[in-house]
Design a protein around this ligand. Sequence first.
Ligand code: KG4
Ligand code: ZN
Length: 342
Amino acid sequence: MAVLGIETSCDETGVALYDPERGIIAEALASQIALHAAHGGVVPEIASRDHVAKLAPMLKQVLAEADLSWADVELLAYTAGPGLVGALMVGACVGAGVGFGARLPTLGIHHMEAHLLAPQMPAGGPAFPFVALLVSGGHTLLVDAAGVGRYRILGETLDDAAGEAFDKVARLLGLPYPGGPPIAALAESGQADRYALPRPLARSGDLNFSFSGLKTAVRLVVERCRAEDSLERERAHIAASFQAAVVDSLTAKVLAAVEQTDYDAVVMAGGVAANQALRQRLAREAAAAGFQIHYPPMALCTDNGAMVAYTGWRRRADAEEGLPAVIARPRWSLEELKPPGA
Ligand code: KG4
Ligand code: ZN
């Protein structure tokens, strides 16, 4: 059975074919980073237009690579939300349109569920239940994942996402977008305790996050350094101090979530999960507290079509036959999902 997955919720166009016996049999990914970099963040209209330009050729490319035709595809899964509404509409219209034209069952997929299930795609991936930390440019979520469609949100960000904080601080420091990798690189030559930056919500007693106050604190430090003409010298220390604050905040809430659920596995996904300082710190804490940490391979951590195809397969019981609805839900909580077939 080949499932075709389409991802267009933000700034990556992803298409992939998944076969339960063979795994990912073909995939294509087009990043829009270069298009948005000049603006310091994702511009929704530019994102939608680029998905329109890229998606149809990518569908053809993936089918050709797998040497399949539409008749060989048994299910078409596309990201239906959450995300940028215009970007989602591209995948939803193409998904439903092609599905109808080729007489395929179609299925609208929840983007965060796709991130959450992606680590289970490779052999040896984590089994339910687990705590998931989903940290990307658009989301910061801690989830109690008991099974497919059995999710409870333990905590989320009240303002900026963790990746967004990296991107905004990068901008303050004159680093390119996306900001995570250059901040991490700069932080390597800085002292993490040089600036006492806030750990927002450290004592809130819940599992929520907040990064906007931290960003403001960094801005004040940057302004002070600029006034004192010491910014060039201090940039690495600021990057290191900022990264340490984010790592502390994420780690503290992950530990509290493990304690609260009593689960023995944590799954990380999203672009920020690539951060080495975060990985090293969590590995140390996991060894000390006796739980497992799983990271999907980097290509599955960030947005891609394979996770959507794979989630389509896990949810094939929900596929719609006949005239498909076009579903695009910019806001959509994971907690609204039900187990497949329910
Ligand atoms: O999951 P992702 O590729 O895309 C979405 O946001 O959907 O995540 C991108 C985010 C960006 O904000 C980027 O700055 C951040 O992940 N990021 C990192 C690192 N690599 C990417 N943040 C911290 N450290 C990194 N090494
Ligand atoms: Zn994503």
